[in-house]
Ligand binder design. Structure first.
Ligand code: CA
Length: 236
């Protein structure tokens, strides 16, 4: 879990030179090794040459859509991708996440916010940490993937098989944003990828059951909704 204290190689893809320079300077000053690219072609070249630990990717690039870069990288690797998206391009952002980007920040953003998102992705790059018996813990929640058991501070939470599957996908991506489409495809299958209301119903059932078991209230902020986009498990 100490990866954030080591130097991470970050590929920064942004065509606006001033923005790119500001981000590179900031991240460089926080012990990251930044490789810069100003268009999709050089981004993919740098990806092949350097295999960075994380990619920060602007979607509006001069030669090709940033989505092309995501598709290219996801064919080969699960390297975390953080998307920089413009406020008026909601559909692009969702498309990027659906293709496998892990999170986004909306322009204009603060450098501290950007860094916090990057650090969270680097922490989670290896997937959620399971203990020796295969149990994953997020705050006071524990999920035993082998035995399909969910508990809050050792108090069992009885989920239906489908509720369990929804929680499992979210926990496996803890700290990352999972779109409604990705959840639907993972739990219900590709034919249901437009039925976002299924996800809302199941998430509210899961929240209710966790709440009932969570007498200390430590898990109230566990499942965070990103309206119109998806859900994420907060790293408590
Ligand atoms: Ca741009």
């Amino acid at each position: 879990m100490s990866v954030t204290h080591e130097v991470a190689a970050i590929l920064l893809v942004e065509d606006d030179a001033a923005t790119r320079h500001a981000i590179a300077t900031y991240l460089g000053g926080h012990a990251h090794d930044v490789v810069e690219a100003g268009d999709a072609a050089s981004a993919m070249g740098a990806w092949e040459a350097r295999r960075p630990d994380l990619i920060v990717l602007d979607l509006g690039l001069p030669d090709e859509d940033g989505l092309v870069v995501i598709r290219h990288i996801r064919r080969e690797a699960t390297t975390p991708i953080l998307v920089l998206s413009a406020r008026d391009r909601e559909a692009d952002k969702v498309a990027a996440l659906d293709l496998g980007a892990d999170d986004y920040v909306t322009k204009p953003f603060g450098m501290a916010e950007l860094r916090a998102r990057i650090d969270a992705l680097l922490r989670r790059a290896a997937g959620p940490a399971a203990d020796a018996s295969g149990v994953v813990r997020v705050g006071d929640l524990s999920v035993d993937f082998g035995r399909r058991l969910v508990a809050v501070r050792e108090r069992p939470v009885h989920l239906t098989p489908r509720e369990y599957e929804v929680l499992k996908v979210l926990v496996m991506h803890a700290g990352r944003l999972v779109t409604h489409g990705r959840l639907l495809r993972a739990v219900w299958g590709t034919a249901y990828s437009q039925e976002a209301h299924y996800v809302h119903v199941y998430v509210s059932q899961i929240r209710r059951k966790l709440e009932a078991a969570d007498d200390a209230g430590t898990l109230s902020g566990l499942i965070v909704a990103e309206p119109g986009v998806g859900y994420r498990i907060a790293l408590l």
